[in-house]
Design a protein around this ligand. Structure first.
Ligand SMILES: [Mn+2]
Length: 364
């Protein structure tokens, strides 16, 4: 029998986002976007009469989630009564009797794994068995099941797992994927970057990037299974991108030149909802106030921040030495040398000078 499924995980509903610019509404928007993406997945399931919605853990960011978020979640799931929804609690939303999933009376199309031993939901009319193993605490140094599941040839056999298949020493439930390669499909959760470990074993990834560390595409996996023949597609669902761009700064640039370079590097892209970070490297005029840059760029982006921590002030060392011969600044320059060749000494000279100039108000 042919079945279809949507595989998603790591939505982290309810997540509190932290941005450099805390005054902003960006965190609220990002938080709300997770619900809106989940709503779109529900619509997709309904429209395409998807048989199974597989939620492979970390659907919520924490077990201490507000009732409002929980109610929204349940209401969305009750809109697809013909889709069987399977919830596998992960490390962020591990199963407890008196929190989160334990508090809810789910509609009858929703099935929740509740134990950290292997369980199964069986759907004889769809000739499908779905296995899984829930988290019931926040750390597992070993995978809590060994052995082989007795499968029937005539069934579609799926297993859902939440854990780390990339590090065998992980505290987040290390998974040895070769232990599960006899299933038709292994629906993994935990790692936010989607990846197919084999044709049949996949992390669907998070549906939305969460920070500037998240590059690449974010989405869900849609699949069909019939007589052990598996077909899968990765569908992009993200509504935001975190974009990090490097900017070279040279001493001849004014702050407006730096702004132009940022805009040029970003290109004529669609700025809607995308978050930009510019990482500046090189040497800037010693008296330039780079703190203004975030405000100067703000009009041009939905969200923008700059990292200027790698910028070095371009000082005329000879000139500083000449006007500070007899004080601690002059002594410092003479000790390191006016033009040290190795990068560590050069750094020491610039950082040291910066500190000394601020403390002593040295002459430039
Ligand atoms: Mn996780």
């Amino acid at each position: 029998m042919k079945i279809s499924f949507i595989h998603t995980a790591d939505l982290h509903l309810g997540k509190q986002f932290k941005f450099k610019h805390m005054r902003s509404p960006y965190g609220d928007f990002a938080r709300e976007s997770l619900f809106s993406i989940f709503g779109k997945m529900i619509n997709t399931a309904k429209k395409n009469k998807i048989d199974f919605l597989l939620l492979s853990g970390d659907i919520f960011d924490t077990p201490q989630i507000g009732m409002q978020d929980l109610d929204r979640f349940v209401a969305l799931l009750s809109r697809i009564p013909d889709t069987e929804v399977i919830i596998l609690p992960g490390n962020h939303d591990f199963y407890q009797k008196y929190a989160l999933y334990g508090l809810v009376d789910f509609p009858k199309n929703v099935h929740v794994f509740k134990n950290d031993s292997l369980e199964e939901f069986s759907f004889p009319e769809k000739k499908t068995r779905i296995f899984g193993l829930a988290w019931t605490k926040d750390t597992y140094r070993e995978f809590p099941f060994s052995g082989r599941v007795d499968l029937r040839e005539e069934d579609n056999n799926i297993i859902m797992l939440h854990g780390d298949a990339t590090h065998s020493s992980s505290e987040h439930m290390p998974i040895n994927i070769s232990d599960f390669d006899y299933f038709d499909y292994v629906a993994l959760g935990h790692i936010h970057q989607h990846q197919f470990l084999t044709k049949r074993i996949a992390y669907c990834g998070a549906p939305q990037p969460f920070s500037f560390k998240d590059s690449g595409n974010f989405g869900m996996i849609v699949g069909q299974l019939e007589k052990h023949r598996l077909e899968t597609h990765f569908i992009v669902t993200q509504t935001q991108k975190f974009i990090t761009l490097d900017i070279d700064v040279t001493p001849d640039m004014t702050i407006d030149d730096i702004k132009e370079s940022c805009l040029e590097t970003a290109g004529e892209t669609n700025y809607d909802n995308n978050l930009y970070r510019f990482v500046l490297t090189g040497y800037a005029k010693a008296n330039m106030n780079l703190n203004l840059l975030d405000d100067i760029l703000a009009d041009h982006f939905y969200y923008v921040e700059t990292d200027t921590s790698r910028i070095q002030p371009d000082w005329d060392i000879e000139k500083i030495l000449a006007s500070n011969k007899d004080n601690v600044i002059g002594h410092f320059i003479k000790t390191i040398g006016t033009d040290p060749k190795d990068p560590v000494s050069k750094k020491a000279l610039y950082y040291g000078l910066e500190g000394l100039m601020m403390q002593n108000g040295g002459e430039t």
